[in-house]
Write a protein of this length. Structure first.
Lengths: 115, 115
């Protein structure tokens, strides 16, 4: 399977704990996006990488959130001191070259529940 | 600023009926791209179609068809002879070059096809 993969698929944590999610994009894709989706809503953009460079971050991404993409391959999204409001589905997508021309392929998401 | 509106929160039809999902977008950019994605109960977003702002031709793919009208800033999606497997949440999305092609999403329309 050469699609986008995300791990873990589900994460339950207690408020105040740190969590880290991983995304493995399609191997030849140089663009990688993170989105967050809450129940009944469309995804919201969080951040974007072109290769290893993080080129844009949403205002939604507070200083408790950090994302990396070392070597321009997989990416990690870390949330520190989680809050109940962080409970959501975190989606990763990748695209080849110019993302507007080529569609973004999405992974299955990581569902985070903060108790 | 860009915005996508999907006014229909939920639509329920009986199998074999035709159904149209509405999408209205806002952008000041002259170059932009419009997308439709399907999110079945499994949760993974599936790309359906991409259309750029310079191509107003309607498109048909099997039972799916899309009507793009710049005059009304709409990009509507019609399913002909609906089937139970079409049940999902459908999202319309917009991207523009100045925003690194991040997808700006509507809130989605939940489509229920009853047997």
């Amino acid at each position: 399977d050469t699609g986008v993969s995300q791990n873990p698929r589900h994460k339950i944590t207690k408020r105040g704990q740190n969590v880290t999610f991983r995304c493995d994009p399609i191997s030849e894709h140089n663009r990688l996006y993170w989105y967050r989706q809450t129940l009944g809503q469309g995804p919201e953009f969080l951040t974007y990488f072109q290769n290893e460079a993080q080129l844009e971050k949403s205002r939604l991404l507070s200083d408790r959130f950090s994302a990396e993409r070392p070597k321009g391959s997989f990416s990690t999204l870390e949330i520190q001191r989680t809050e109940q409001g962080d409970s959501a589905m975190y989606l990763c997508a990748s695209s080849d070259g110019q993302g507007a021309i080529n569609e973004q392929f999405f992974g299955p998401g990581t569902r985070l529940t903060v108790l | 600023a860009q915005k996508v509106t999907q006014a229909q929160t939920e639509i329920s039809v009986v199998e074999k009926e035709d159904v149209t999902l509405d999408c209205v977008y806002e952008t000041r950019d002259t170059t932009y791209y419009l997308f439709w994605y399907k999110q079945p109960p499994s949760g993974e977003l599936v790309f359906l179609i991409r259309r750029n702002s310079f191509d107003e031709q309607n498109e048909i793919s099997g039972r799916y068809s899309w009507n793009f009208q710049k005059s009304t800033s709409s990009f509507n999606f019609t399913i002909t002879a609906s089937q139970v497997v079409d049940s999902a949440v459908y999202f319309c999305a917009l991207s523009v070059p100045d925003s690194n092609y991040q997808l700006i999403w509507g809130a989605g329309t939940k489509l229920i096809i009853k047997p």
